[in-house]
Design a protein around this ligand. Sequence first.
Ligand code: ATP
Ligand code: MG
Length: 138
Amino acid sequence: MSNRTFTMIKPDAVKAGNIGNILQMIYAGGFRIVAMKYLQISKQQAEKFYEVHASRPFYGELTDFMSSGPIVAAILEKDNAVIDFRTLIGATNPAQAEEGTIRKKYATSISENAVHGSDSDENAAIEGNFFFNGLERF
Ligand code: ATP
Ligand code: MG
């Protein structure tokens, strides 16, 4: 078990004005912010980030969406960070997300689902390193 995970507030949630609401839920969930930035990624960068999904039918749609507008990327810290953050965000499909989760509140569909959360300690480290260097972590 590691104590860090990586998240993105996705373009749909940024456009809807939910950065503040989502950060509030992240703090209320007991997470500390280690690193954070507001930026827009290119289609190529989105393809690299989601490389594991390259063979999935939604890969084109996903990478178009993730490069369609600004996002907030962050590294978060808490005991059991990866699992606890997946619990806080809820199921990929908001229709199946538990009450009180970020996706239940702010996601609109399976493709535009407000937030990303790493699925393992290994991927949390890879994804954090994709966005942040050592001088950007506190
Ligand atoms: P994330 O990795 O963004 O935290 P997740 O781990 O819950 O989400 P994954 O299976 O890793 O879900 O899928 C990555 C992303 O791809 C999803 O968050 C969603 O935006 C998109 N996606 C997944 N399945 C579908 C689908 N069937 N149709 C459209 N988009 C999908
Ligand atoms: Mg995933």
